[in-house]
Design a protein around this ligand. Sequence first.
Ligand code: CMC
Length: 428
Amino acid sequence: MAKKAYLEYDGKKIALPVIIGTENEVAIDISKLRSETGLITLDKGFKNTGSTTSEITYLDGEKGILRHRGYSIEDLASKSTFTEVCYLLIYGNLPTSNQLLKFEIKLKSHTLVHEDFKIILDGFPSNAHPMGILSSLITSLTAFYPKSIDPNRSGDKVDLSIIRMLSKFPTFVAWSYKKRIGHPIVYPDNNLDYCSNFLKMMFKMPTENYDYNPLISDVLNKLLILHADHEQNCSTSTVRIVGSSLSSIYASISGGMNALWGPLHGGANQAVIEMLEKIKKDGSNINKYIKKAKDKNDPFRLMGFGHRVYRNFDPRAKIIKEAADNVLDKLGINDPILDLAKALEKIALKDQYFIDKKLYPNVDFYSGIIYRALGFPPEMFTVMFAFGRLPGWIAQWKEMRKNNEPLGRPRQIYTGKKSLKYVEIDKR
Ligand code: CMC
């Protein structure tokens, strides 16, 4: 028999349906609550609200489990490639080798961007933050592909928009970086795989040949996979809510990028490195900063620590920490910031404040250190998070459209002034 939850209010008792997920997650369906009782639920920050049902990603924050379409993040990060994970998230299954080959060929056939994008790029000041540039370029795709504005086009036309976005995004990222450092842009090289092509567009110097390094491509694949999806987080919820108004996929994803940018979400990777640099400059006095982080009257927070859903180690952080050690070792880089990060982590994990609040390092704590070792400047870190998250946003947008989800429109409890009489002022 279907389970029900009961709510009693003002002497009236109502039964609410209970929804149980495949991993036995349980929710009370309150969609009829208002029509039956006049009540709404209030949950600032949606800390305890499920906004949808989804088949894409399973996350158990208490146990530190993350799976995409049933596959563990550990397996995906160690055995698959980023394009394979894109396919998995967007189409629902791991590809066969033939399907993957076809998918990669499709991606290669759309890497070029219209030359007029160079004019748009030129219009930005060279010190503009690349997240602002990138989200604008993604919205601009609607101008170059006006038919893509209609989200209800047939499946293969939506698919073309998806392929275009996945293919052009690396080109946009690399070009925005080149613009920032004042170097000529590098055109895509379709003889290379997805990640290697991106690295070449980013790092090829105008005066030198590009040295392909498989180690760096492997690490990049891993980092992008680790960011590929994370169920209904702030940016993904934004993508779904923008898309729920029947906005185009490009507009929806651009909205998600802007949500990601902030330091409490994807902007944390840049903030972590800035924080570590600051601590180092200040004599590496870790205890001083731990004390600041615990002080309720001090706005300082330990960036890269804590997570809305993890009450245990973020499984992505474990993999990234290992990868950071590995990469720096193989590249022969001795980064004192990595040592500082490890020392900080060790002290925080033994501190009662962090233990009590179950605050562990998250995905952003070590990712910046690797990106730095690969040659990315801090302002590109969040862009790299967005790059990795692209397939997740796409998959979530697609699922939301496929299920024909209703317009996202929360309610509120009004706490402002009661009705006032308007007294006209003399405007002459
Ligand atoms: N340093 C110090 N105290 C913290 C921290 C931190 N990093 N994170 C949470 N707390 C405290 C917070 O002050 C609060 O204390 P109290 O209960 O006494 O008021 C308690 O822990 C719960 O924090 P919250 O802000 O209510 O919890 P939340 O679920 O809203 O916050 C968070 C999650 C990620 C915004 C927060 O942990 C944070 O600000 N972390 C630093 C920024 C960061 O690293 N963000 C990246 C998240 S991972 C990438 C992604 O997926 O977005």
